[in-house]
Design a protein around this ligand. Structure first.
Ligand code: KIV
Ligand code: NA
Length: 278
């Protein structure tokens, strides 16, 4: 019996049969929601750096912090494929440290796979991880861990040079053994072309409708991060407003003495009160 509903291999085999729907999650309750909603996989993304820890980008989050989030998600979604996002410099330094750090996502974080950002430059690392038995989700296009040198988070693949680079990277990562590949902010027609050329599934975010699957950040799906609303996300509810309304009502009811009511309070035998007042 498999430990989880879908293994990385089963994700690969969905290509051409059924669209793949993934979401990020970072804590126990989000993971429970993702699992009960039936998502195909959960990515514990380094987007936690922004949406959970409040940093401006993904650079500051540490491996230790990521592992805590992975553990919480593992407890909340024990039956869902869980992929740990390797943070900046946890896989780029050497093959040996990449293997050991990826191993921590498996051994301590209880993840079933890891994700690494990058194209040709990470092929050797991906290959080593796969050879060690660690399934890898690749990630090309906009790669936030390269925003210092490739300049911001602009869509890639709009010109012939970067489009060709994306296709070459995707093919090389497939050959290295990645079980699927994230395409982030890639023009829809370039995603379509890459999707057609690959045997492994493409998972898009801001990459149009032709990829084999989609992934979104949890907070974006439920509208909990209103300060950042890129055009490719869809807020299915305005979570921030809904939560804020609830908090405001709570605050108001406390001030006005409307909460708590009798039904929220505990009672004591009147005889005890009497004895106390004697
Ligand atoms: O960290 C993250 O949430 C991601 C997804 C957007 C793919 O890398
Ligand atoms: Na990420």
């Amino acid at each position: 019996m498999s430990l989880f509903k879908l293994s990385p291999l089963e994700i690969t085999l969905k290509k051409g049969k059924e669209k793949i729907a993934g979401i990020t999650a970072y804590d126990y309750n989000m993971a429970r929601l993702a699992e009960s909603a039936g998502l195909d996989f959960i990515l514990i993304g380094d987007s936690a750096s922004m949406v959970v820890l409040g940093h401006p980008d993904t650079y500051p989050i540490t491996l230790e912090e990521m592992l805590i989030f992975c553990q919480a998600v593992s407890r909340g979604a024990p039956n869902t494929l869980r992929i740990g996002d390797m943070p900046f410099l946890s896989y780029q330094v050497s093959i040996e440290s990449a293997l050991l750090n990826a191993g921590r996502f498996i051994k301590e974080g209880r993840c079933h796979a890891v994700k690494v950002e990058g194209g040709i430059e990470v092929v050797e690392i991906v290959s080593a991880l796969v050879k060690a038995g660690i399934p890898v989700l690749a990630h090309i296009g906009v790669t936030p861990q390269r925003s210092l040198d490739i300049g911001g988070l602009k869509a890639r693949g709009k010109d012939l040079e970067t489009a060709k680079e994306l296709l070459d990277s995707a093919l090389a990562l497939e050959s290295a053994g990645a079980f699927a590949i994230v395409l982030e902010c890639v023009p829809a027609e370039i995603s379509r072309l890459i999707t057609q050329r690959l045997k492994i599934p493409t998972i898009g975010i801001g990459a149009g409708p032709y990829t084999d699957g989609q992934i979104l950040v949890f907070h974006d799906v439920v509208g909990l991060f209103p300060e950042m609303r890129p055009k490719f996300v869809k807020n299915y509810i305005d979570g921030f407003k809904i939560f804020e309304e609830a908090l405001k009502t709570y605050q108001k009811e406390v001030k006005e003495g409307l909460f708590p009511e009798e039904k929220h309070s505990f009672k004591v035998d009147p005889q005890i009160l009497e004895a106390l007042s004697r």
